[in-house]
Design a protein around this ligand. Structure first.
Ligand code: ADP
Ligand code: GN1
Ligand code: MG
Length: 355
């Protein structure tokens, strides 16, 4: 997208204002994100082209976003979310002539993301931030929300996708990854357990974020300031949010680190995150939920490990990649994290009990 076309899209939302500056922003894997400023306006904005290959119903995303905005209204909150900016005709999603779907939101000013947690306070704040989001969603009814992506967190669906990718071997890459495929296949039963408990409602279905990777939280100074990327908000279990945040925030390296020697599960970050998280959810978390929290970071590393691996086998069609083995590197990192967490199961249980 060139700057002129982007400015034309931005004008759909701000008829009477000229764009001062617009440029690509952030590290997301799915949407195309741009930061923009307007002439004579101090606040900045975020313009996003929604990836409609991934999100088939962009207007549904806006509906969900509005529900969260509404849940937050009328009360002061320690954190915020980005606010949707409608076009002058009231539309929240603008479709351009090529069928691309665009949305505008407020920019969370004076904020930054953390890609790798280096200090315990960052983990504590992340726990507080995502726990806050779960608490805000607690009064909402999961039946009023649709899954943005069908079977998004389903282990059986993700395993089926991996099996298909292995069977089709579309990119001709199978021979070199047979042992990694076997690693994940070996654990399929164990991780199916959580899905079973959710289906049987032993673990309650709630409205959750479903994509709490650490860079979907914004910090201001040394405080968590905002939860962003609400596209996947919908039915789910707390474990998806707790687990995904720790799969990323508890990783001593980045999600795509190629030197596996640098990848480890950071127990100090795990402890601090769990403390911040529990402080927020303690009034409504059930005993059954608590019993399985220790497994959640592993579950989410498992789900992501097979999603990255399937995308590698399919020829990198889902995630943004920077080089041909990028998805494989990501999958290997998840494998290493699972191994490190398996070795520390007892310690993880103890930390959760203490939090
Ligand atoms: P994706 O679905 O592609 O991950 P995100 O909505 O997470 O898209 O946006 C990508 C990145 O852009 C975020 O990780 C963050 O750095 C930045 N970002 C997105 N929305 C905002 C916002 N409202 N204010 C500040 N930064 C934002
Ligand atoms: C994607 O959109 P982003 O980059 O925050 C993905 C998540 C994965 C993550 C892995 C809709 O998140 O499920 O955990 O990449 N989002 C979608 O980095 O597939
Ligand atoms: Mg994101």
């Amino acid at each position: 997208m060139n700057v002129l076309s982007l400015k034309r899209i931005a004008r759909e939302f701000f008829h009477s204002r000229s764009v001062a500056e617009i440029f690509p922003f952030g590290e997301g894997h799915i949407n195309d994100t741009f930061k923009l400023t307007l002439v004579g306006v101090q606040e900045a904005y975020i313009l996003q082209r929604i990836n409609t290959a991934v999100f088939k119903d962009p207007e549904g995303l806006a509906t969900t976003h509005l529900k969260i905005q509404e849940a937050l209204s009328g009360q002061d909150h320690p954190l915020e979310i980005a606010i949707l900016i409608p076009a002058p005709n009231g539309k929240l999603i603008h479709f351009d002539e090529d069928g691309n779907a665009w949305r505008m939101t407020s920019f969370i000013g004076d904020s930054h993301t953390v890609e790798v947690v280096e200090e315990p306070w960052q983990a504590y704040e992340a726990g507080r931030g995502f726990g806050w989001f779960n608490k805000v969603c607690y009064p909402l009814d999961a039946r009023d929300f649709k899954e943005a992506i069908k079977d998004f967190q389903s282990v059986s669906f993700r395993m089926w996708q991996l099996d298909e990718a292995v069977k089709n071997n579309l990119a001709g890459r199978l021979a070199s990854v047979k042992d990694i495929v076997a690693f994940y296949k070996d654990r399929q039963e164990a991780f199916g357990l959580m899905e079973k408990l959710a289906n049987e409602e032993v673990i309650p279905l709630r409205v959750v974020h479903n994509d709490t990777k650490i860079n979907n939280l914004l910090f201001r100074g040394q405080k968590a300031a905002a939860v962003i990327d609400l596209d996947t908000v919908g039915p789910g279990i707390l474990h998806y949010d707790y687990g995904d945040a720790l799969r990323t925030g508890g990783n001593t390296s980045s999600e795509d680190e190629r030197d596996l020697g640098k990848v480890d599960f950071n127990m100090e970050a795990f402890e601090a995150f769990s403390r911040g998280y529990m402080e927020q959810i303690r009034d409504f978390v059930t005993e059954a939920e608590k019993d399985y929290l220790y497994l959640a970071p592993r579950l989410m590393a498992f789900i992501m490990g097979i999603r990255f691996l399937a995308d590698y086998l399919n020829g990198d069609v889902y995630y943004k990649t920077a080089y041909p083995g990028h998805n494989l590197s990501r999958s290997k990192v998840q494998k290493k994290l699972i191994e490190r967490m398996e070795a520390r199961e007892d310690a993880m249980k103890e930390i959760i009990a203490g939090a």
